[in-house]
Ligand binder design. Structure first.
Ligand code: FAD
Length: 341
């Protein structure tokens, strides 16, 4: 069989990182990325990009931990290289704080991040409304720089990138041997996945270069994440809300909530307000499927539905998706050599 042609649908964080893993694990493949939107117009561009996992209820914890570990160690190596500033990846230390002591004081990811420990009484004095907290160092990906860096690496590996809206995965049959679906919330329409729903998130980008530590409420609703050029203030989680328009009342509410945790933010200037739809499911859809019409088959690998935690697990799920692409290639090669006999 000639070099297998693989189409990756989607140019957000998941599509680009999956395409890169495919070029690394299947160097003989010809990989093309097709997407209707690119950075800075994807959900991934809205995210704060901090590596603190979200839990997927229907995915075993050991699998989620493996995805997080893969992602953390991959980005840690980049943060420790000359590429760090161009890739927009850096270490950040801070606090996750709770008004009441949580039942689970050691989250599953506590031994993956660096220096995880309970906050001291002296640290907690900064947060008089909170009784308990955890201090640790994690990583943050700044977007758009991280997506642009991924795109640059893909182009250097010979990957073709085209603007194209795909109405039906089947339309790619004939042009490509394998299709990888990384359409994020777009998969709701593209493959009619009714288990996929949006969780709307609104964030503010502010200029506050004096804020160096992250601060996150334990329920994940209010957060302050310093990045390279701006600080991200959040947020909201609005299930089944498809609106991409910023809401001015929500902007004020987010700003006030963040100022109550970090009063110095009162002096910060809001530069941008952004909204994104987290592609949410009970579990990431990471799966092989064979589409079939009139006896003709098209192998598909799905990798979407990363919800609130795509940045935290993207490299791990991309590696698994690339492995599934490898299985599809082996199956295609098996059937083409059987056909020759
Ligand atoms: P997207 O970035 O939406 O990319 C999907 C791509 O598919 C796009 O390029 C789109 O144009 C393309 N596409 C869709 N349909 C089609 C079609 N029919 N034809 C062609 N192309 C198509 N996660 C973390 O881990 N840490 C955080 O701090 C964090 N903060 C967040 C804050 C907010 C406010 C939001 C909204 C999300 C946050 N997330 C965070 C979650 C993270 O952003 C997502 O999990 C991740 O971006 C999903 O990436 P994706 O590539 O699947 O989706």
């Amino acid at each position: 069989m000639a070099a297998p042609k693989v189409a990756v649908v989607g140019a957000g964080l998941i599509g680009l990182s999956t395409a890169l893993c495919i070029t690394e694990t299947c160097p003989s493949c010809s990989v093309t990325v097709l997407s209707d939107q690119f950075s800075p117009n994807t959900t991934s561009d809205v995210a704060a990009g901090i590596l603190i996992p979200h839990t997927y209820p229907d995915t075993p914890i050991h699998v989620q931990k493996q995805w997080f570990k893969e992602t953390f160690s991959h980005l840690f190596a980049i943060s420790n290289s000359a590429e760090a500033s161009e890739a927009g990846i850096h270490l950040v230390s801070g606090w996750q704080i709770f008004k009441n002591t949580p039942k689970q004081q050691l989250p599953f990811w506590s031994d993956v991040v660096l220096g995880f420990r309970p906050m001291s009484e002296a640290e907690l004095q900064k947060f008089p409304q909170h009784r308990f907290g955890q201090a640790f160092t994690t990583l943050k990906c700044d977007c758009p720089p991280y997506l642009l860096w991924l795109e640059k690496r893909l182009k250097a590996s010979g990957v073709q990138i085209y603007a194209r809206k795909v109405a039906d995965l089947w339309e790619l049959h004939g042009e490509y041997n394998i299709v990888v679906n990384c359409a994020g919330i777009g998969a709701h329409q593209l493959v009619g996945d009714k288990k996929l729903f949006p969780i709307r998130g609104q964030v503010l980008k502010v200029q506050a270069p004096w804020v160096k530590n992250f601060i996150r409420e334990g329920d994940g609703l209010t957060y302050i994440y310093p990045g390279i050029d701006s600080v991200t203030l959040g947020g909201t989680r609005e299930k089944d809300n498809w609106s991409l328009s910023p809401d001015p009342g929500t902007t004020q509410d987010i700003f006030d909530r963040c100022c109550s945790l970090e009063p110095s933010l009162r002096g910060a200037q809001v530069v941008k307000v952004k909204v994104g739809l987290r592609p949410s499911r009970q579990c990431v859809r990471l799966q092989r499927e064979v589409l079939s019409q009139g006896g003709v088959k098209l192998p598909v690998v799905h990798n979407y539905g990363h919800g609130s935690g795509g940045f935290s697990v993207h490299r791990g799920t991309a590696k698994d998706a690339a492995h599934l692409v490898g299985e599809c290639i082996a199956a295609l090669q098996g059937s083409s050599s059987r056909a020759k006999l």
